[in-house]
Design a protein around this ligand. Structure first.
Ligand code: NAP
Length: 339
């Protein structure tokens, strides 16, 4: 009998998640039936949406999330033993699946990870998975960047933002990243080729932005929302484009008690800006395209990826809250069973 651990959503999040909001329970799994397979978690993802989406769930459910898992037993032809899959199984270390899994009100398919060659399977949660698709489609489709334009990215040192900035460099744009520490800003410039980077926690953000983007801002990829975004939008050029990907600065607020930020409508009107929010699943039928492009860019050295790895399934909560507070550089993942 396999023993499985899972995190139960015990108390509804109120503000910053607390360790006591979740509880690890251990259960014995039954034997698998025909048409089923047993997965063992290899890497689990911790993502900002988990904080935002849990308000849609009742307490008592398994904490939501995606993972790369190994098939360790199978009575399902499509999912043979030894293959790696990506599934929205939640925070569980072993699970029985029939290939379909409920996630955020929809049935999603467990996805067989393609062969990434020498690249680690964890990239299926990062550049070669959902965050990569988000950066690729959310930026290229909604910002439509052109050569020599100025692109500003907030949340720039994270999973999505670090890729958006590198894609903008491939498109020959002037790229300014906004991030929460000097270490992150140094990484953006020295290691992954951003032109300028601003630590939004230091003084006079607007003045620093105007120095870093002297010709104004043509495209803004927004991961954070709030006052940072209002300031960037205020500094946009005529017919600028804003892709609204995330609003992490407000995920700990309730919808009836959101923080206030400077009104942006005058800039939207007089500069004739275009702003569009999106959920990456809009482009689900094209996900293969971004994976193919990233594999090429990685092999050419044009895209670099970084991961912040936390060891141990029992440390999921620390990894999750650490990511929400900005402890990660690149994609935050948890290695379920460190050697
Ligand atoms: N629309 C979609 O389909 C879609 C898909 C994936 C992700 N997203 C969104 O994209 C954003 C980035 O996601 P990710 O997975 O790449 O996460 P991430 O950037 O790797 O991690 C979150 C980062 O947010 C920053 N942050 C936290 N609180 C902040 C605040 N109050 N103000 C500014 N920055 C803050 C932290 O970095 P600092 O140190 O810089 O503060 C932290 O490292 C999130 O808003 C997420 O919800 C949307």
């Amino acid at each position: 009998m396999v023993k499985a651990r899972r995190y139960v959503y015990k108390t509804a999040f109120d503000g910053e998640p607390k360790k006591t909001d979740l509880e690890i329970v251990e259960e014995e799994l039954r034997p698998i039936k025909d048409g089923e397979f047993l997965c063992k978690a290899v890497y689990l993802s911790v993502d900002p949406y988990m904080r935002a989406y849990m308000s849609r769930y009742e307490t008592g459910v398994t904490m939501i999330g995606g993972q790369v898992a190994e098939v360790i037993e199978s009575k399902h032809k499509k999912y043979p033993v030894g293959r790696y899959v990506v599934g929205y199984f939640g925070w569980v270390d072993h699970v029985i699946s029939d290939g379909k899994v409920q996630f955020s009100g929809a049935v999603t398919e467990v996805y067989l990870l393609p062969d990434f060659g020498k690249l680690p399977v964890s990239l299926g949660l990062g550049v070669l998975g959902m965050p990569g698709q988000t950066a690729y489609f959310g930026f290229l489709e909604l910002c439509q960047p052109k050569e020599n334009e100025t692109v500003v990215v907030s949340g720039a040192a994270g999973a999505v933002g670090s890729l958006v900035g590198q894609i903008a460099k491939i498109k020959k744009c002037h790229v300014v990243g906004i991030a929460g520490s000097d270490e992150k800003c140094k990484w953006l410039i020295d290691e992954i080729g951003f032109d300028r980077a601003i630590n939004y926690k230091t003084a006079n953000f607007e003045k620093q932005l105007q120095n870093a983007a002297p010709k104004g801002v043509d495209c803004y990829f927004d991961n954070v929302g709030g006052e940072i975004s209002s300031t960037i939008i205020k500094n946009m050029n005529y017919r600028g484009r804003i892709s609204v990907c995330g609003s992490i600065s407000s995920y700990n607020d309730t919808h009836n008690n959101l923080s206030k930020a400077t009104v942006i409508q005058p800039f939207m009107i007089f500069k004739q800006l275009r702003m569009e929010g999106f959920i990456v699943h809009r482009w689900a039928d094209r996900f293969g395209e971004s994976t193919k492009e990233y594999l090429k860019w990685i092999s050419e050295g044009k895209i670099k990826y970084r991961e912040t790895v936390t060891n141990g399934f029992e440390n999921m909560f620390e990894a999750f809250v650490g990511m929400l507070k900005g402890k990660n550089i690149g994609k935050a993942v948890v290695r379920a069973f460190p050697k």
